[in-house]
Design a protein around this ligand. Structure first.
Ligand code: 1HE
Length: 257
């Protein structure tokens, strides 16, 4: 990968650790950073089976770079929003499980990046807000869809109207995080979970990532049919036989070794 300006990528075994690395601006996402994220997720290292994302410094991410945004025309803003949509789509559905380790500000576009992650871990310092209304703008990186689906549309409207800040324990209660760990512990927990995820059968992971969220958007009968098809497909693998056999013989199994 070409030298990156605002993103650090380190391969730790089969986990790629991607760090938003612009701490002097609280990891605010400028054009370069969102392009670097898109490029990474479009062509992750071949050895990576799972990705962990975190932020350098005291915050996960302060959202869209407002210094850049201030100068954009409505048309440029529309184009940027759709660029974010493509980037966040590939983060969520590009094929690799994504684990977010969050601390400090998880604001605006920062929250939009975080909710692409399939597993989210927060430290007590994490806080969440969508202050776009306060800044005279609107969300543009997918919050309308993804945040609404996690915490509900009523809460998202209220959060945006009032500029409310949810603290880490609120975020845990609302599902913005799945784990609330101690200070300085999010990355270790993220790497531990990433390793566990990497040990699952690859097709089972793919079905969980690709089929499950889409089934959630289907009607009941289509969803149940899609579930039965996914179930039949995973059953047809050697991994399924090996996984069940290991359970019955009371032995441990990893599918990546
Ligand atoms: C920034 C940004 C930014 C910090 N764009 N430069 N997001 C927001 O509205 C959140 C704005 N940021 C904050 O509320 C605070 O910066 C924090 C709570 C995250 C951190 O506070 P603090 O006291 O540690 O830092 P600071 O002094 O406010 O900021 C340090 C520097 O980072 C300062 O620059 P400097 O040159 O004066 O040192 C800030 O200007 C800069 N900075 N955040 C640009 N966001 C896809 S659409 C999504 C739409 C949105 O995301 S809207 C929400 C934007």
């Amino acid at each position: 990968m070409a030298k990156l300006r605002h993103l650090t990528v380190v391969l730790k075994g089969s986990t790629a650790l991607v760090t938003l690395n612009r701490p002097d601006k609280r990891n605010a996402v400028n054009r370069v950073l969102i392009e670097e994220l898109a490029a990474f997720f479009n062509a992750p290292p071949k050895k990576a089976k799972v990705v962990v994302i975190n932020g350098a410094g005291d915050h996960f991410c302060a959202g869209l770079d407002l210094a850049e945004q201030k100068e954009r025309t409505p048309e440029e803003s529309f184009e940027l929003s759709q660029f974010w949509h493509r980037a966040t789509e590939v983060m969520q559905y590009g094929g690799l499980p994504l684990v977010a380790a969050m601390h400090g500000a998880v604001i605006g576009g920062g929250l939009e990046l975080a909710v692409c992650a399939h597993v989210r871990i927060a430290e007590p310092s994490a806080f969440y807000a969508l202050p776009e209304g306060r800044r005279g703008i609107f969300v543009g990186g997918g919050a309308s869809v993804r945040v609404g689906r996690i915490i509900g549309y009523g809460r998202t409207v209220e959060m945006m109207l009032t500029g409310r800040r949810y603290e880490a324990d609120d975020g845990q209660r609302l599902g913005l995080s799945h784990y609330l760990v101690g200070k300085g512990e999010a990355l270790a927990k993220a790497l531990e979970l990433a390793d566990a995820i990497a040990g699952n059968a690859p097709l089972a992971n793919r079905m969980i990532l690709q089929a499950l969220p889409r089934i959630g958007e289907m009607g009941t009968s289509e969803g149940l049919l899609a579930e039965a098809l996914a179930s039949a497909l995973t059953q047809a693998t050697d991994d399924a036989r090996a996984g069940m056999e290991a359970f019955l013989k009371k032995t441990a199994i990893r599918f990546d070794r």
